[in-house]
Design a protein around this ligand. Structure first.
Ligand SMILES: [Zn+2]
Length: 423
């Protein structure tokens, strides 16, 4: 039997595994049922000849005895020394949200689709990589190197209790792992090379409280923030719109630098929804905004931060009584794997051979766990490749296509043949 035929015979197993994974609601936040899903995978992979480790990310954000951050790493060694190919999937899913017409954790099948929260993002991808790896190990009793599968926590909340933790412990160091494929739902004929960076910060402008009938006796922080927002419109947004990346980011609008103003709040705290009293007449002594700035691989973080600090410092000289504070909330650096990297060339050839199409290169507007493998693990031979349509991620009635999963598993299996059947 060829590997491709062997994967074909595992279609029912692939469906059943995907359903079993969807039926465990690994909701994040708060981080539910991580132990249960890791245990299921641990048992399964042990019976298929993998050595497994369950690893709790003690002390990471959100980790507690109620919601422990569990991760699973499984490794199957070949018969000769060689490279290790690692498939990394996150096992957490986002909240269900409104608008479902199916049971979000029922894993119902209709036609060629399995429905459920996490079906495409990314339990379908996780199941596909497991089927590919198991089939490969059954087909080839002797191979070079090793195959690893990991199911990791908290990707949906930054990956600190998952891949970042494992990378810090050395699980992704280049002497241990040489090729990483992350089966995120980028579609079966596309290779995702990386993602943009992100910088999140809170800016507060300061004022002075006074009676609202005599605002000249105080100093309105909301007006100061208005000046900041005006500067964004006249200076910052046009400057960002002129920057264009060579990264193949989809959708194309995200090939420019972008910034979302996440929230703005000034003056008195908002009253509870059912409270119908009138506000007191006061001048706002504080106004805050939260910024979500996404940046390109061609920009560096010092410039991204510096551009906004300069704008604020200029307002200090041009505007009376302008005072501000800035608090950085988080930084994610961009990641971009070279098109000539071995894992890229291998999966490229596998897509051509299995699907008979030329793959498309893409990059992600938002980030995923590649950042930790690249920045902490120092491993630059990493891509995202997996079944499912990115547009369905986090939406109601999320689904993954059964044929797409099977095709992706074949591509992954073919990549394993290329990487592990020769020294
Ligand atoms: Zn995902």
């Amino acid at each position: 039997m060829s590997l491709i035929n062997r994967i074909e015979t595992k279609k029912d197993d692939l469906i059943a595994l995907t359903q079993a994974l969807i039926r465990i609601p690994t909701l994040n936040p708060p981080g539910k049922n991580y132990h249960e899903i890791c245990t299921l995978l641990d048992k399964r992979l042990k019976t298929h000849g993998f050595e497994t480790q369950m690893i709790r990310a003690h002390g990471t954000p959100g980790d507690s005895d109620t919601y422990p951050r569990w991760n699973l790493v499984a490794r199957r060694m070949g018969s000769h020394d060689g490279d290790c190919v690692h498939f990394n999937s996150h096992h957490d899913v986002v909240e269900v949200g409104q608008g479902w017409t199916r049971d979000p954790f029922g894993a119902e099948i209709e036609d060629d689709k399995i429905y459920g929260r996490g079906a495409c993002d990314m339990k379908g991808g996780l199941a596909s990589s497991i089927i590919a790896a198991e089939a490969f190990a059954e087909e080839f009793h002797s191979f070079y190197g090793a195959i690893e599968i990991s199911a990791t926590a908290d990707e949906e909340s930054g990956g600190y209790g998952g891949v970042a933790y494992l990378a810090e412990k050395g699980y992704f160091s280049p002497d241990r792992v040489q090729h990483v494929i992350i089966p995120e739902p980028l579609n079966k004929d596309r290779i995702c090379l990386g993602h943009r960076g992100g910088w999140w910060a809170e800016i507060e402008t300061k004022g002075e409280i006074a009676h609202g009938s005599m605002p000249f006796l105080g100093d309105c922080a909301v007006r100061h923030m208005g000046a900041v927002l005006n500067k964004f419109e006249t200076d910052l947004f046009p400057a960002m719109a002129a920057r264009y990346t060579e990264m193949p980011v989809v959708p194309k609008g995200a090939r420019n630098s972008t910034m979302n103003i996440n929230s703005v709040h000034g003056g008195q705290a908002e009253q509870p929804i059912n409270y119908d009293g009138l506000p007191a007449h006061c001048v706002a002594d504080s106004c805050r905004i939260v910024l979500d700035r996404r940046f390109l691989v061609e920009e560096n973080i010092e410039d991204v931060r510096g551009e906004i600090v300069n704008l604020l410092e200029n307002l200090k000289t041009s505007r009376d009584n302008f005072e501000y504070e800035m608090r950085e909330l988080n930084v994610v650096l961009p990641s971009m794997t070279d098109r000539s990297a071995p894992v890229v060339e291998t999966v490229h050839a596998a897509i051509e051979s299995i699907l008979g199409v030329e793959p498309t290169y893409v990059a992600s507007p938002g980030s995923y766990d590649q950042k930790h493998i690249d920045r902490i693990g120092k491993l630059h031979n990493c891509i995202a490749y997996g079944p499912g349509e990115l547009e369905l991620a986090h939406k109601p009635d999320e689904w993954v296509g059964i044929t797409d999963m099977l095709d992706s598993a074949k591509v992954m299996g073919n990549a394993l043949e290329t990487l592990l059947l020769k020294s």
